[in-house]
Design a binder for this molecule. Structure first.
Ligand code: KG4
Ligand code: ZN
Length: 393
């Protein structure tokens, strides 16, 4: 089956072609036109500017995705588009394009919740491919982390940690397309916190990759990398530095699986407000980035592990833009390996962690499989709506 995916919920215009063969989902093309440069001047995404860019880019991106895949419209068997949540002016461009193509080409059309797309990014076959019914994308995980990710099936129940710019949730998935949110942020999402802290530290937008980079470049007394251990062990002390930064780990000991990140951002803000010179000190910025990133990681991992102990999933998945964070990936694998028995940890290739349309096509495939009335999907162009606050169900 050939599936065309379209994603325009925020600041990436994306189209992808996926091929499903015997349950294996392979990416034939994955085109993402990013608007990061445009929005970075404003320190965040401006909805109307995003919509204008999507309008300009949507047809070239679609054309490109078909060309790269070597596929003519005739071959497409399903069109899958993000119809929420997101910025409504941005969503409308992708949804409208998908509806037009569905009508013109007489193809079934499915609307996908953006977060469902992030979750199903884990079911895309990666280049490091495996031979399961639904191929799993796995990162190159060091052997010393002791987890059999490659070559293994994703098994239900699944516990998925979703960490993006708009969402931080722990979702229990007992079977395909059935979601129960067992924990979520009470204020800012993890990615939002990265972006806000980056803005406070003048590191630009998007904040996640900028902070991750600064945290890696920490200039003073890094311990030599130990095999099988994170580059920055949790208990690492910056002994030779003049800065001793310690941020809170919000809600880490609360007896639920919710999160809160806005206090962490405020703690960073108060620190730099007290002494503006700090913003010009590279050593301070690097240490602050490292401590902030570690505080977020500590909370995310601790909550995921405690939820896993209660809900006893067979697989833990990572999803969303923040799951591209290499320290989060490494430490999650290490800690699951140390703390939990027989739980598979799977995460998408970083290419599919951040916003893309291949994940929307992947989710569309599973929705299509579950559809009771596939014929009705041919007329879905009449009904499909964009919804800024679409609920995952
Ligand atoms: O999933 P995504 O691409 O878009 C949304 O659905 O929101 O996530 C974007 C978020 C941004 O907040 C960005 O700063 C964060 O993901 N992000 C990262 C990294 N790469 C992207 N956060 C931490 N480390 C990264 N390497
Ligand atoms: Zn996203």
């Amino acid at each position: 089956m050939i599936i065309l995916g379209i994603e325009t919920s925020c600041d990436e215009t994306a189209a992808a072609v996926l091929e499903e063969k015997n349950g294996k989902l392979s990416v034939l093309s994955n085109i993402v036109s990013s608007q990061v440069k445009l929005h970075s001047a404003w320190g965040g995404v401006v909805p109307n500017l995003a919509a204008r860019e999507h309008l300009k880019n949507i047809i070239p991106v679609l054309e490109n995705s078909l060309k790269k895949a070597g596929i003519s419209p005739k071959k497409i068997e399903l069109i899958s588009v993000t119809n929420g949540p997101g910025l409504i002016p941005a969503l409308l461009i992708g949804v409208n394009a998908a509806k037009a193509f569905s009508y013109l080409w007489k193809k079934p059309l499915i609307g996908i919740h953006h977060i469902e797309g992030h979750i199903y990014a884990n079911f895309i076959s990666s280049k490091t491919g495996v031979n399961s019914k639904f191929q799993i994308s796995s990162t190159k995980q060091p052997k010393s982390y002791n987890l059999k990710t490659k070559g293994s099936n994703i098994r239900f129940p699944i516990l998925c940690l979703v960490v993006s710019g708009g969402h931080t949730q722990l979702i229990l998935i007992k079977k395909h397309l059935q979601y129960k949110i067992v924990g979520q942020t009470l204020d800012d999402a993890a990615g939002e916190a990265f972006d806000k802290v980056a803005r406070i530290l003048n590191l630009g937008y998007p904040g996640g990759p900028a902070i991750a980079k600064m945290a890696m470049g920490f200039p003073i007394s890094l311990p030599r990398r130990q095999a099988g251990k994170s580059q920055f062990p949790n208990n690492f002390k910056f002994q030779n530095s003049k800065f001793k930064i310690h941020l809170p780990r919000p809600m880490i000991n609360s007896n639920n699986h919710n999160f809160s990140f806005s206090g962490l951002k405020t703690a960073v803000l108060y620190t730099v407000k007290k002494d503006k010179k700090l913003l010009r000190d590279k050593d301070f910025i690097a240490q602050m980035c490292h401590e902030f990133q570690q505080a977020v990681i500590d909370v995310l991992i601790s909550k995921t592990l405690s939820a896993a102990k209660i809900y006893k999933p067979k697989t833990i998945l990572l999803a969303g833009g923040v799951s591209a964070n290499l320290e989060l990936r490494k430490q999650m694998i290490r800690d699951i390996g140390n703390d939990l028995k027989n739980i598979l940890c799977v995460m998408p290739d970083t290419l599919y962690s951040i916003d893309n349309a291949a994940m929307i096509a992947a989710a569309g495939y599973f929705r299509y499989q579950a559809s009771k009335n596939r014929k009705a999907l041919l007329n879905n162009w009449k009904n499909l709506e964009a919804d800024a606050n679409l609920v995952l169900r």
